[in-house]
Design a protein around this ligand. Structure first.
Ligand code: GLN
Length: 304
């Protein structure tokens, strides 16, 4: 497969979308990001890397981080985790409060905010040093120990994080948060603030595509079957209320974030990351979605 050629064809074809959508401005620090960026990196399980555009500029991975926090929690808790959070697509916005009330404090899945806040709480209860341990895992999985939190983004999000604070309060009300609300929120926002570039993100997703190497990073170990399940949840829940549309168009397990990043896997073959800060109304990167749609169309490589 000539991925290099395909990536440059994709880049040319998505060019008309350059000005479509806008960056997340409900997090003040993200509103300042230059929206006119696009990068794409595809890393194969065999070790080849193909890139296009702004692949070495770091961005806030935001909800893409939820794949790493879920992996960590699943490694420590196993199936017990599902007593605290569901694994059904939500069909509603990533920060829906109404749904959480109807579900009496059990979030639909770990990729909406409510679910990720519960996962952050779980990690706070099991890790000795949640902040340091989480970062150590993220660095291990992408194989780069320069990856870090962006504390300015995290505190900027806390400042305006009214809905997430409401979600955390409701979780506490229903008995689904063990730790202090403010501390859980602080940890959740820090996780979201992790910065990576496309190259690092593609490598961080590679273990979810690689069927031959054990998923083992420090203490964090997932069985083949658990990796399969994380991928399944990415497929059904990774794009919130865009998940059906996204599956229809692309057909790869992936996770998006409001920083404009997307991490995707083609199981057995490669991981791919895209970044463009311009989002659609559901908080997903416009150019990134189109680029991945074209990738599976041109390569005929999709899980369907
Ligand atoms: N930190 C963001 C929030 O909680 C993450 C949302 C996202 O990337 N979809 O709102």
């Amino acid at each position: 497969m000539n991925y290099e050629k395909i990536l440059s064809e994709i880049a040319a074809e998505i060019e008309p979308l350059r000005t479509v959508g806008k960056q997340a401005d409900y997090i003040p620090a993200l509103a300042k990001v230059n929206p006119d960026r696009f990068g794409m990196c595809l890393a194969t399980v065999g070790g080849d890397v193909y890139e296009w555009g702004d692949v070495t500029e770091r961005f806030s991975i935001q909800s893409v981080t939820k794949v790493f926090s879920l992996s960590m929690a699943l490694s420590y808790m196993g199936e017990e985790l599902w007593r605290r959070v569901g694994k059904e697509p939500s069909g509603s916005a990533f920060n829906s409060l109404i749904q959480l009330e109807l579900d009496r404090g059990i979030p639909r899945n770990p990729f909406i905010n409510a679910g990720a806040i519960v996962v952050a709480d779980v990690l706070m209860s099991v890790l000795d040093n949640p902040e340091a341990d989480y970062l150590a895992f993220v660095r291990e999985i992408c194989g780069d120990d320069t990856v870090d939190y962006d504390r300015e983004v995290a505190s900027s999000e806390r400042e305006k994080g009214y809905v997430n604070a409401a979600i955390a309060n409701m979780l506490k009300y229903y008995g689904n948060l063990e730790n202090d609300i403010e501390e859980v929120l602080r940890f959740y926002f820090l996780q979201c603030s992790v910065e990576m570039d496309c190259r690092q993100l593609a490598h961080a997703f590679l273990p979810f595509a690689d069927r031959d190497r054990a998923f083992l990073f420090g203490d964090v170990r997932l069985t083949y079957s658990q990796v399969k399940r994380v991928n399944a949840i990415m497929q059904t829940c990774g794009f919130y209320n865009d998940a059906g549309e996204y599956s229809y168009l692309v057909g790869l397990p992936d996770k998006s974030g409001v920083g404009g990043g997307i991490g995707a896997v083609y199981p057995g073959r490669y991981a791919v990351a895209t970044w463009c800060p311009r989002l659609n109304s559901k908080g997903n990167s416009v150019m990134g979605m189109k680029a991945l749609e074209l990738l599976t169309t041109y390569t005929h490589e999709s899980i369907f």
